[in-house]
Write a protein that binds this ligand. Structure first.
Ligand SMILES: Cc1ncc(COP(=O)(O)O)c(C=O)c1O
Length: 366
């Protein structure tokens, strides 16, 4: 068959190990998954109520325009409805952007390490991928600017960056956007937006107002706790959204996922509570890192990249045996580190005890 050349040797996305898999492997009853930056508090109780009272007619297609969700979200964000594009998770929006703009002969610029789906989709579309090393865990915007040329179609910025959690400083971001030619799409992926507490952060939707080539991606998967429902969205000027929309498949958000996202959107007190818990969880890790002299990136997300001064895979396996699924830095391009989703206070406490046991056994703990 006539496969695209670029598919040769490509591997599908490798999800982390599932809870059931780890239970079986190690004969454990209880597993805590702190690997995929999901919300440890689940979702708003209002969503559970909504789901219990669902009497959906399953034979009918969903509203392909997600009208109710669109209206409520546009109002919440202070944008026009035509400025929104919904995806089956922001993953699908990354795919739509790539499908619409990337092809052989163009290039795309991104950080490394960063969220791997930018690269994955760019490779499928046959574009040249230009990766720029992070500088102290943050995007090196000067070098990214140098990498952009007349053949650059898309620049990907991930803020807070997965896996380091570092935010792109507001001033630097504004200067960067101003320097970039208007025919280059600048994607600002803010999957962890709701968790940002840095007081210097300014709403990036201001950049959307001023620049026709900026698109901001957000999701209901993280703070809203709806990863299982797959609802992400993009905000840009309406002309840009209109160009992207034909790439979207017609019914890409289900009836129930639209309702769940709409319900979650209305419960801002749930988000506020989660952000407070996330901050206090972050402190537990910060104290631990300071006590044991381990480097910890200053994260603005709901996850942390922590130095372990040992082989990350060995630490990962040790933690797995104790019932914790996290991500090894070896898989993320950050050897010597592990990435942990911040859990509940109690999960963090037990996790840090287990980490102490693993690192003590490896004789690396200060
Ligand atoms: C930076 C970043 N962008 C996008 C996504 C995808 O999220 P979604 O569940 O909305 O597809 C993730 C998920 O981990 C992420 O970390």
């Amino acid at each position: 068959m006539k496969w695209k050349n670029q598919l040769t040797g490509m591997k599908p996305y490798q999800p982390g190990r599932s809870i059931d898999e780890v239970k079986k492997m190690y004969g454990l009853d209880h597993i805590v998954k702190l690997a995929s930056n999901e919300n440890p508090f689940g979702t708003s109780p209002k969503v559970s109520e909504f789901l219990e009272n669902q009497a959906t007619n399953h034979a009918i297609y969903p509203d392909g325009y997600a009208s109710s969700l669109r209206q409520a979200l546009a109002e919440a964000l202070g944008v026009e409805e035509q400025q929104l594009l919904f995806g089956n998770g922001s993953d699908e929006i990354i795919m739509m952007i790539s499908r619409a703009l990337l092809q052989p002969g163009v290039n795309t610029v991104m950080a490394i390490p960063t969220f791997p789906q930018y690269r994955h989709n760019a490779v499928i579309e046959g574009a040249e991928v230009r990766e720029v090393n992070l500088k102290d865990g943050a995007h090196d915007l000067d070098e990214m600017t140098r990498q952009i040329d007349e053949n650059t179609a898309v620049v990907w910025l991930c803020s807070p960056n997965n896996p380091t959690g570092m935010l792109i400083g507001q001033q630097k971001l504004e200067q960067f956007v101003q320097k970039i030619s208007e025919d280059v799409l600048i994607v600002i992926d803010e999957a962890y937006f709701e968790y940002i507490t840095d007081p210097t952060y300014k709403n990036s939707l201001e950049l959307v107002k001023k620049h026709s080539n900026v698109i901001v991606l957000r999701t209901f998967s993280k703070a809203y706790g709806l990863a299982g429902f797959r609802v992400g969205y993009a905000v840009a000027q309406k002309e840009l959204i209109a160009r992207l929309d034909p790439v979207r498949e017609p019914f890409n958000n289900t009836v129930i996922s639209q309702g769940a996202a709409l319900t979650a959107l209305h419960d801002s007190s749930f988000i506020e509570k989660c952000v407070i818990e996330n901050e206090s969880g972050k402190k537990q890790f910060q104290e631990y890192a300071t006590k044991h002299n381990l480097h910890l990136y200053p994260s603005q997300g709901n996850f942390l990249l922590l130095q372990v001064k040992a082989d990350s895979d060995t630490v990962f396996e040790g933690l797995l045996k104790k019932g914790f699924i996290i991500r090894s830095g070896n898989a993320l391009g950050t050897p010597g580190y592990i990435r942990i989703t911040i859990g509940t206070r109690q999960q963090n406490e037990v996790f840090l005890q287990s980490l102490t046991e693993v690192l003590t056994e490896l004789e690396v703990l200060a």
